[in-house]
Ligand binder design. Structure first.
Ligand SMILES: [Zn+2]
Length: 124
């Protein structure tokens, strides 16, 4: 121990300054480490969320691609217009109802038909 109190006091102040620098560096280091870990966690969560959302999009696209094609729909429209019932001949679906109507009354070709009754009177 030094006999001069000012020298001893200067040494203590130097220690205190070094302590403050060490403390500031430790805080900065901890902040950087915590920030980096937070980024990693956030990126991980974002990747999981995007994977989940992309999976929903994938399922939607796959189900749409397994639906009827335009050619299938065109063929279905032609057979529906011709009064062909559905393959199950359920008697309840629109195709079967249309098929029964066509069988009963013939195909609608436009214009007035006997079952429509009297034409509406125009008021204007
Ligand atoms: Zn049917």
């Amino acid at each position: 121990m030094t006999a001069d109190p000012t020298v001893e006091l200067r040494a203590l102040l130097d220690d205190l300054d070094q302590h403050h620098r060490d403390l500031a560096e430790a805080y900065a280091s901890g902040y950087r480490d915590g920030h980096a870990v937070g980024l990693d966690i956030g990126e991980h969560q974002a990747e999981h969320r995007m994977a989940r959302e992309w999976h929903h999009a994938y399922v939607a696209v796959r189900s749409a691609s397994s639906a009827a094609t335009t050619a299938d729909r065109a063929e279905m429209d032609v057979s529906t217009a011709a009064g062909v019932p559905c393959s199950a001949k359920c008697g309840r679906c629109s195709r079967c109802i249309r098929a029964a109507a066509v069988a009963r009354r013939g195909d609608y070709t436009g214009g007035p038909v006997p079952w429509e009754g009297r034409p509406l009177r125009r008021t204007a």
